[in-house]
Design a protein around this ligand. Structure first.
Ligand SMILES: [Zn+2]
Length: 277
């Protein structure tokens, strides 16, 4: 991941004509003065993201914790986000053992929990690519970053009272994809996210149709895979042409992915604009 900052995306959005200049230049005034504005008033900055890594007795989880601590990837990322973003109260970010392969945001105590079990499962998908200590550290980071931004998306929807139409789970998948691409240009993190959905989709495809969780808040992994692939491809069809060439995404869907990406990227950066420092 590069050292680009969150703020740079606003410049990029301006260059691409994604955001009207007025919103960027004076978001607070826009909110106060325009009856038609849906942007929130910029709140006071009373909070930060607070990062902790829980120690465990499990050697595999300790290896993951050591990789995370040694790289300082999330430590640096969180310093950068705290520098750029307003939070009205602290949000805990805990890497911990949960007894299940999961990650979640709990609005009751404003805590994002990233379970070592989930990271271990995702690192296992890319086991073949791991030859050196450095490869391992990179895979741990790539396996964690999409999920972290998905959960941060939930935390922002909660704390900023963001208006979301459609399914929030889909919206924060989009946020994770867009922030990794737009702010960090992080191909590995975002492609790791896509391939994690593909891996889960393979399990679904081996199940009977009636066993699939159509009732779940989350779309099926097969759908999350295609939706994520579409946004990645749509963000830069030339750079991500392999998504079509290697038939990750059918051409019928790919046709409108550039528009899908622009619509969702613009929506997210417009919603978040009042919350940049
Ligand atoms: Zn979620």
């Amino acid at each position: 991941m590069s050292n680009n900052t969150f703020q740079k995306v606003l410049v990029q959005a301006l260059v691409l004509g994604l955001l009207p200049f007025g919103i960027i230049a004076c978001s607070a005034e826009t909110a106060e003065n325009s009856e038609n504005s849906f942007t929130s008033e910029t709140p006071e900055d009373y909070g930060d993201l607070l990062l902790t890594y829980e120690e465990t007795d499990n050697q595999e989880f300790e290896d993951i914790r050591a990789a995370l601590e040694e790289s300082a990837f999330f430590d640096d990322l969180i310093i950068e986000i705290n520098d750029e973003m307003i939070f009205t109260e602290d949000i805990n970010v805990e890497f911990a053992s949960c007894g299940e392969a999961n990650a979640y945001y709990n609005p009751e105590d404003s805590t994002i929990t990233m379970c070592y079990e989930l990271i271990a499962d995702y690192v296992a998908i890319f086991e073949e690519d791991i030859e050196t200590e450095e490869d391992y550290i990179n895979e741990v980071i790539d396996a964690s970053s999409f999920t972290f931004f998905h959960e941060l998306g939930h935390a922002m929807v909660d704390q900023y009272d963001l208006p979301i139409t459609g399914n929030e789970e889909d919206a924060v998948d989009n946020f994770a994809t867009i922030v990794l691409l737009d702010v960090y240009g992080d191909d590995y993190g975002v492609l790791s996210g896509m391939l994690q959905f593909e891996d889960d989709a393979e399990v679904e495809q081996e199940s009977d149709v009636e066993e699939l969780a159509f009732w779940d808040e989350h779309a099926l992994s097969s759908q999350r895979f295609y939706n994520t692939a579409c946004l990645i491809y749509g963000s830069d069809p030339d750079a991500f042409n392999f998504i079509i060439e290697e038939e990750y995404l059918p051409e019928d869907r790919a046709e409108r992915c550039e528009e899908e990406y622009e619509q969702k990227s613009e929506a997210w950066w417009t919603l978040l604009d009042p919350f940049f420092k």
